[in-house]
Write a new protein. Sequence first.
Length: 135
Amino acid sequence: LWENESASRRMRHARDYAGGLFDYSWRARNINPQYATAEAAEVQRNIQSARKNLQRVRQEESTNKDIVARLDSIDKHLSSALEHHEAFCAECAKDEANAHAMMSCCNDMLTELDKAISEHQALIRGITTNAKTNE
């Protein structure tokens, strides 16, 4: 349960940073690549931490095919969010970063993180319901 709670927090933190980057890309008159890259590193760090937490859940629940399938789906969304993170960082590295391209990357990160968070919440509800039923 605690690994799931930590993973949930990490995904929300990653989403908060991605949302902040979207706002920054939209509002900043001049993109500061150092600032954007530092903030983007927090997205990556939080996603990677969530994935580690979920890996421990996977180990604990390895015999439950339903939970493993749900974890696979969540991991797919987190992997996709990391791909959009990489595209964001690549855009930041350009001499003249395109704010619209950066916003698009952020929007894609947010979409994938929202899906991962939603699926993870459903997973936790299912685990909690099963635990209460088995008491």
